[in-house]
Every structure is written in structure tokens, then in C-alpha cells.
Ligand binder design. Structure first.
Ligand SMILES: Nc1ccn([C@@H]2O[C@H](COP(=O)(O)OP(=O)(O)OP(=O)(O)O)[C@@H](O)[C@H]2O)c(=O)n1
Length: 431
């Protein structure tokens, strides 16, 4: 038994689980990715447990004894989760019934050999590895468990690339050929599941080369209606985004620091600004049907809007001379995109490095995004204009934002004078 797995099994939570399963007389196994990660010397924070017999009683009892929270993931299939707050790194335990009649049958039904591992919690500490997953982990290979894996669950077509990208592995030749054969089946997988896997790829460096292989296998044709010849230049755009971000992170100044923070911001679960920027670079070059792609990946409102605005930047005519007005106009048209916007434009070859810096400087020091704090609040604007809440207040807000961003007003008093002049005086003759 590998030393890291042996020491993991001494974890107090696993000891509690061992006792609980013994007293309920249930066969119980630690399975899947956490054993793979332990064998690779990686940290573990979620543990999958397969239980012979109904796992509900065990899952509920384990939650009670560890002070964790029990909830159903899929009640019909008997899948539940226990989350333990302050679980010293390991905080999520997923319980499911055995997939087959015993653990070997269960392992044979899993996706890839590297995940097809189990350790029983009682009766010895041997590692069940009937498909030689440990050998594939050492060889860094993603290999399907059986001929039927992709028909059983087409999401695995994308999962293969996710594991290759996040673990730094290669997809074994026959598995890759099977992915190519079964690529059309990905049309049957739920968008949310595809999104969660794809964004793990988008969050890793080297996304471009993974997308090229996915394109060659025909997956991007089914997902986004793209031909392989459209995929290559688009994947190169992703490479260039990564290269620009890499050189930014080496600068070590304020722009670099803030830019890197912004790129790591999570817009929605698992979707960072950087991953969405890479996706935008890809989709722009392919000229894919944007709303269809956003819908296929179930991007959600906020993430979908950011991708759409970043793609839109590609089509905007950029001013010859850069001044605060043209910088404001650009960021305003692409709101809510922030520092990622000039980085994307640089990666796409639309602006030079010095223009990129100027835009970043403007954004950091002058720009106020929509919804940001202004010199006058909504209440102060209503009082100034003597109006109740109405469209005019919104218009005044936008005028003031532009005036502040472009340096026309710098104090509350200047803001009041500006709005009065703009909205309360008229040059038109009274009729
Ligand atoms: N479509 C799927 C999804 C999951 N699994 C199995 O269920 C386990 C847990 O799935 P998941 O949590 O998605 O993956 P992990 O391998 O745990 O990897 P990670 O923790 O990195 O997500 C996998 O190891 C694999 O054995 C599978 O066979 N087919």
C-alpha cells in the first residue's frame, strides 16, 4: 500500500467512517480521484465513498458524528454529500451505492483507469486496481476503462481532456481514437456539465493546444459548429492571450498586480475572468454564433455578458488618438469588461503594447464602471433636479459618470453645476 494512502486512511474522519460502516455492517470503499491524487502526491479535499447497500444511513450517521451537513445530490440514485466545516483540508464526502454488484464491477464501470481505484475501509488495506490505473498514473496516461465508456456517459469525451489538462497527462492513442468516433454523442450531454469540465481546461495554461486536439477529435464541431480549420487560428488567439498575461505578470508594477488580481476574479462558480477572456478570444476568431455558444455552455447572465462584450470589442473601431474620451467610450461600450479588455485587444493585435498600458492606466485611475460610486448620490441628484425617481435621474447619473471619467468634473460642487447646466437650462426658445 502506498504510504500516502496509508496515512490518509488514518485521518480522523476516515476512522469515524470506518467505525460507522462497521457498526452498520456495510462494505464501504474510498474510490476514484482522491486515490489518484494521493498517488500523485497531490492534496485531497473531496473524497468519494462507494457503499455496498444503501448509503443513506451511513452518510447521515457520518454527518452526525463529524458535525457535518448532510444533503442529497441525487436522491433517486442514492447520491448524497456531507460537508464538514473546518475539515482540516478534507471537507466534502460524496456517498454513492456501488455501481455494480461488487467493487470490481463498480470500477469497471468508471471512466478512466486513473480513476478506477478503490481501498476498502474494513478488512485489509489493499488497493483495488484491476485496470492497472496506478501504472497509467505513473505513465501519465488517460485511458478509457472499457469500450463502452463514452456511450455510457458522453460527458467523458470532454472529461478526458479535462484530466489531460489539469493533470498534465496525455490521452492514450486508442482512447483518443474512440473519442473521435463518439464525438457526436457530446450533443446529448447537459450544457452545465460540459461547462464545468470545459472551464477547468480554460483555467489551465496551455488551453490552446488542448482545444486544437479537441477540434481534431471533432468535439468542437459538435459543440460550437466549427470546422478544424476554424479551430486552429482561434486556439492561437488563446495562446496569445496567455502569452500577454505571462508577460504582464512579470512586470511587477501596479498595473500588473491589479491586472493579475482581476484575471483571477471568479465571475461565476469556476469561471475566472481569464478563462472567460480566453473563451472570448476563441469565439471571436471563429466567428461562432455567440448567443448559441453561450446557451450551449449555460454561461449564465454575468459570464455571458462579459464574453459578449469582450467579443464586441473586437469589432469596435478604435480611435486613432487615445484620450480620456475615447478610452471612456471604449470601456463604456464594453462594460463590465475591465483590465482584461486592453489585454485581449493586445493579444488580438488591435493595439500596441504602449496603447495597452495607456488604456490600463486610464482604467485604473479614471474609469468608474456602471454602478460605481459617483460624486453625487441618486438622492442628491433628485434633490438637485427637484424630481422624483424617474428616467431623468438615470440619465443624469450617466452624464455625471462620463463627466467624472473624462475629468470634466472633480468635486461635488462642480458636479452640481455641471448637471444643472446640462439638464436644467435649455437654449431652445420657449414655444
Ligand atoms: N462521468 C463520470 C464522472 C465521474 N466518474 C467517476 O466518479 C469519480 C468522481 O468524479 P469527479 O468528482 O467528477 O472526479 P474526480 O476523479 O474526483 O476528480 P476531481 O476531484 O479532480 O474532480 C471519478 O473519479 C470517476 O471514477 C465517472 O466514472 N464518470
Amino acid at each position: 500500500m502506498d504510504a500516502s494512502i496509508a496515512s490518509f486512511l488514518q485521518n480522523p474522519f476516515l476512522r469515524t467512517l470506518r467505525q460507522a460502516s462497521a457498526s452498520l455492517d456495510l462494505q464501504c470503499y474510498v474510490v476514484g480521484g482522491c486515490l489518484r491524487d494521493l498517488l500523485m502526491g497531490r492534496g485531497v479535499n473531496d473524497v468519494d465513498i462507494a457503499v455496498g447497500g444503501g448509503p443513506e444511513a451511513l452518510s447521515r450517521r457520518f454527518a452526525k458524528e463529524c458535525g457535518g451537513t448532510f444533503f442529497w445530490l441525487d436522491q433517486e440514485r442514492g447520491h448524497s454529500r456531507v460537508v464538514i466545516k473546518g475539515g482540516a483540508g478534507i471537507d466534502t464526502f460524496d456517498f454513492a451505492p456501488l455501481r455494480g454488484e461488487d467493487i470490481c464491477a463498480d470500477l469497471a464501470l468508471r471512466d478512466f483507469t486513473i480513476n478506477s481505484l478503490a481501498v476498502p475501509l474494513q478488512g485489509g488495506v489493499e488497493l483495488f486496481d484491476p485496470l492497472k490505473g496506478e501504472t497509467d498514473i505513473r505513465a501519465q496516461l488517460v485511458r478509457r476503462c472499457a469500450e463502452s465508456v463514452f456511450r455510457d456517459d458522453p460527458l467523458r469525451l470532454v472529461r478526458a481532456f479535462r484530466f489531460a489538462a489539469t493533470l498534465g497527462f496525455r490521452i492514450e492513442t486508442e482512447t483518443l481514437a474512440a473519442i473521435t468516433t463518439h464525438a457526436p454523442l457530446i450533443a446529448n450531454s447537459a450544457g452545465e456539465r460540459i461547462r464545468d469540465e470545459l472551464f477547468q481546461v480554460l483555467c489551465m495554461p496551455g488551453t490552446g493546444s488542448v482545444f486544437r486536439t479537441m477540434g481534431d477529435a471533432g468535439l468542437l464541431c459538435v459543440l460550437f459548429g466549427l470546422s478544424p480549420s476554424q479551430v486552429y487560428p482561434a486556439a492561437e488567439a488563446m495562446d496569445r492571450v496567455e502569452a500577454v498575461v505571462q508577460s504582464l505578470s512579470q512586470l511587477g508594477d501596479e498595473t500588473a498586480e491589479k491586472g493579475c488580481l482581476r484575471l483571477q476574479e471568479q465571475i461565476q462558480g469556476g469561471m475566472t475572468v481569464l478563462s472567460l477572456t480566453k473563451l472570448a478570444a476563441f469565439l471571436t476568431v471563429t466567428e461562432a454564433d455567440l448567443p448559441a455558444a453561450a446557451d450551449r455552455l449555460k454561461l449564465g447572465k454575468t459570464a455571458g455578458q462579459l464574453v459578449e462584450k469582450l467579443c464586441r470589442a473586437d469589432t469596435l473601431a478604435l480611435a486613432e488618438r487615445l484620450d480620456t474620451v475615447s478610452a471612456y467610450t471604449l470601456f463604456n461600450a464594453c462594460d463590465p469588461a475591465g483590465l482584461e479588455l486592453p489585454l485581449l485587444l493586445l493579444a488580438r493585435g488591435h493595439i500596441t503594447e504602449s496603447r495597452c498600458r495607456e488604456l490600463a492606466r486610464y482604467y485604473l485611475h479614471c474609469h468608474i464602471p456602471r454602478g460605481g460610486n459617483l460624486l453625487l448620490s441618486g438622492a442628491e441628484i433628485m434633490e438637485l433636479l427637484s424630481v422624483p425617481p424617474c428616467k431623468m435621474v438615470g440619465d443624469a447619473h450617466e452624464l455625471l459618470r462620463e463627466a467624472q471619467c473624462t475629468g470634466q468634473v472633480r468635486t461635488g460642487a462642480e458636479a452640481s453645476v455641471f448637471l444643472r447646466k446640462k439638464l436644467l437650462t435649455t437654449n431652445e426658445p420657449m414655444g
